[in-house]
Design a protein around this ligand. Structure first.
Ligand SMILES: Cc1cc2nc3c(=O)[nH]c(=O)nc-3n(C[C@H](O)[C@H](O)[C@H](O)COP(=O)(O)OP(=O)(O)OC[C@H]3O[C@@H](n4cnc5c(N)ncnc54)[C@H](O)[C@@H]3O)c2cc1C
Length: 468
């Protein structure tokens, strides 16, 4: 029988797979050994389901390791998954102080590395997933599709079958561009090593690169704020901060009123540096072109009215957030929200125009399901471009998804979440008057926002983002 179209002698739907492997006997494959991937493993282990975690990096939580020098703003009590905690405690582990704010490095040494150790060779390091499909099925073929295993292709050329896929591969390695309209600024690619993506270790390993230099930080999220405060501690360093918004008020956040004190303090300190002139703030900055001149780089901003401003610096830190890369799943049937790149069901619940991290409602398998049964993107990847993600929401996602894979639909649908609300992100009259579209930039997981001064929108859209 032909697979073609005009010459097909029978409908594609009538075809049967040549051979069938019982998908139920195969492991659930988790892509990525970050906090959420390992939490998925913990839930799978507790439910006695066979699983395999594939991690591209040479260590667990390779993305978190990139920002190991950064202290998070959510204390330990929000950063540890319940199933993981039970497994670790059964192994003699002691929970760190629930009120302590760990660094990324502490998250790994005190929690994620011991957790991964429990799973032994079920966590495979240096194993990058390059593509996912269904065994013998491309995206078009339907009949019997849900009965065949997934096929996972690895960068070493190996292929693995899987019963279900929990994709917790994050967004850290696909940062947003510098260009203000989502397109790369002209010349952005040629600036080479003079552009760093978010969160260089300014006070540690990268100190020499930044000391005595003029640095431009672009973005208004938590990572921009963190980098700016670190740069301000270096002597003889000139700092320029560029944001699209007309003012940095939302980045400064809720100050002492903020529900997460670490986040509130960050904004307060940042404002003090701007007020004192230590940090020069450029507002209404829409990066348009980047030109390298020897060891320096000039950035021209062109705002929507065509007005230009420019700055010449030694280094740029592009703290403009992240976007998901769904290309590994391009042979699967995904139903993606056209704005955020999350599932369509999830999008309204996490929309940074409406929500802060603290106001995202509990959600689970029903909001994460795609038309492709058995494939779930979870963790920060599940949020697409929305910067409203917190580890705690990811932990509830994987608890629900794993329960569904186990057939326990009652538990899968009993989603619950207890998060700190943010005083930063909720809509208020002042924001409405600013007439901004509250698309956030910056890191996922931060709690600050960059509303865009582009257009006046309905009152429901000016709530501003939060976590980035
Ligand atoms: C600087 C910073 C601070 C943050 N602070 C907080 C905070 O205070 N509180 C909070 O709740 N959240 C915070 N977040 C947000 C979020 O919780 C973290 O980003 C968290 O690491 C997301 O976990 P994850 O498991 O979804 O993804 P990641 O931690 O990004 O893990 C993804 C893993 O997948 C691996 N991977 C990627 N591609 C592949 C592939 N193709 N094949 C195999 N493996 C792959 C990566 O190497 C990585 O180890 C912060 C984020 C950042 C960047």
């Amino acid at each position: 029988m032909s697979d073609g179209c005009c010459g097909t002698t029978a409908p594609l739907e009538a075809e049967q797979p040549m051979s069938r492997i019982e998908a139920g006997e195969l492991p659930v494959v988790v892509i990525g050994a970050g906090p959420v991937g390992l939490a998925a493993a913990g839930n799978l282990a507790e439910r006695g389901l066979d699983f395999l975690v594939l991690e591209a990096g040479e260590q667990v939580a390779a993305s978190v390791a990139q920002w190991g020098h950064v202290r998070v703003f959510s204390p330990w009590r929000f950063n540890i998954d319940a199933a993981a905690k039970r497994l670790l405690e059964a192994d003699g582990w002691s929970e760190p102080d629930p009120e302590w704010l760990p660094t990324g490095a502490e998250l790994i040494t005190d929690y994620l590395a011991p957790l991964a150790k429990l799973f032994g060779d079920k966590v495979r390091l240096s194993t990058k997933v390059t593509a996912i499909s269904r065994l013998g099925y491309d995206r078009v073929r339907t009949s019997g599709r849900e009965d065949v295993p997934f096929l996972i292709r690895l960068d070493g050329g190996e292929e693995l079958p899987a019963r279900a896929i929990i994709d917790a591969s994050g967004t850290y390695f696909t940062p947003n561009v510098l260009g203000a309209s989502g397109l790369p600024a002209y010349g952005e690619g040629e600036a080479g090593e003079l552009v760093d993506h978010a969160l260089p270790d300014v006070l540690g390993a990268d100190r020499e690169i930044y000391e005595g230099k003029h640095t431009l930080v672009v973005g208004a999220g938590h990572s921009a704020a963190t980098t700016l405060l670190a740069l301000a501690q270096l002597d003889d360093t000139q700092i320029t901060w560029a944001i699209r918004a007309g003012s940095a008020s939302r980045t400064y956040g809720g100050g002492a009123a903020d529900a997460l004190p670490a986040r509130g303090a960050l904004g307060t300190r940042l404002r003090a540096h701007v007020d004192s002139g230590r940090i020069q703030l450029l507002t209404g900055f829409f990066a348009h072109s980047v030109t390298r001149r020897g060891d320096q780089v000039s950035v021209v901003s062109r705002d929507p009215s065509g007005a230009e401003q420019s700055v010449t610096v030694d280094r740029i830190v592009a703290a403009t957030g992240y976007r998901p890369d769904h290309s590994i799943a391009s042979e699967l049937r995904l139903d993606l929200d056209p704005i955020l790149g999350s599932t369509r069901q999830l999008a309204p619940l996490i929309d940074p125009n409406q929500h802060s991290c603290g106001t995202v409602p509990a959600h689970g398998v029903d909001e994460l399901a795609h038309p492709e049964p058995g494939y779930y993107a979870v963790g920060v990847k599940s949020y697409g471009r929305a910067p409203t993600f917190l580890m705690a929401t990811g932990y509830e996602q994987v608890r629900s998804v794993v329960a569904a894979i186990a057939g326990d639909w009652e538990a899968a649908r009993d989603v619950q979440l207890d998060l700190p609300e943010t005083g930063v992100c909720s809509s208020n009259l002042a924001e409405a008057q600013e007439q901004r579209v509250g698309l956030a930039t910056g890191i996922s997981g931060g709690l600050l926002a960059t509303p865009l001064p582009l257009a006046t929108v309905g009152a429901s859209s000016d709530g501003g983002g939060c976590c980035g």
